[in-house]
Write a protein that binds this ligand. Structure first.
Ligand SMILES: Nc1ncnc2c1ncn2[C@@H]1O[C@H](COP(=O)(O)OP(=O)(O)OP(=O)(O)O)[C@@H](O)[C@H]1O
Ligand SMILES: O=C(O)c1ccc[n+]([C@@H]2O[C@H](COP(=O)([O-])O)[C@@H](O)[C@H]2O)c1
Length: 191
């Protein structure tokens, strides 16, 4: 099966992530999308980052109604920070029957040339890129035949904006799935 691996901090998962995954599963040759929750992005600090179990729980709540989507905690038992190349190597060993592609937002493409073993990721897996507002395309350094842009409407939504909105007691009603909102309220996160 051809599977898109959507790695992320998901702090929290929002409707932007869900739209991206849906476009990938619906309009490309990917048959499933696995949301891989990363304990720690090598380029991000851990301040304001919820525990990975809570971020995984919110992903599970958000994707429960879509049979093409799965949640993965594979990086929970791997060294920190979470290097994608290592996880891809582990998953392709574990599931030789599957073909994996990496799904990323265009903001991550901007810094992709600094990722560990990025050439091997491009050569052996390939990227499906979702466009993101405010990305200056002239600054993207990486070029490769295995980078595929998926032409779709841009979504000006980020987890940072959502965390800040909750802190300011602004509504996030249509930015997150209802079950995720309930979980955040119940646990009093991001206040
Ligand atoms: N609105 C968006 N448009 C395109 N890609 C996105 C969007 N939101 C998230 N992504 C992509 O989804 C993946 C996971 O992103 P992440 O969980 O860090 O969300 P985020 O909204 O970028 O979070 P934060 O604001 O905390 O940095 C990354 O590849 C990121 O580029
Ligand atoms: O492997 C790397 O060098 C690397 C560098 C930066 C980011 N990543 C991964 O990219 C994913 C997206 O991160 P984020 O925080 O934007 O959701 C997440 O799984 C990170 O671990 C990976």
């Amino acid at each position: 099966m051809r599977i898109g691996l959507f790695f992320g901090s998901f702090n929290p998962i929002h409707i932007g992530h869900l739209v991206i995954a849906d476009v990938m599963a619906d309009q490309t040759d990917l048959e499933q999308v696995w949301f891989v929750v990363s304990p720690l992005n090598p380029f991000k600090s851990s301040s304001s980052l919820l525990h990975e179990f809570d971020r995984l729980k919110m992903v599970e709540l958000a994707i429960a109604d879509n049979f093409k989507f799965k949640a993965s905690d594979v990086e929970f038992n791997m060294p920190r920070p979470s290097y994608t190349a290592d996880t891809l190597a582990y998953l392709s060993d574990k599931y030789p029957q599957h073909e994996f592609k990496l799904i990323i937002g265009e903001d991550n493409l901007l810094h992709f040339h600094k990722w560990k073993n990025h050439e091997a990721i491009l050569e052996n897996f390939g990227l499906y890129v979702y466009p993101r507002p405010q990305v200056d395309q002239s600054k993207i350094k990486v070029k490769h035949a295995n980078i595929r842009y998926v032409d779709s409407p841009m979504l000006d939504i980020s987890a940072t904006f959502i965390r800040n909105s909750i802190r300011k007691e602004h509504s996030v009603q249509y930015l997150l799935p209802p079950a995720v909102i309930d979980y955040i309220r119940f646990k009093k996160f991001y206040q």
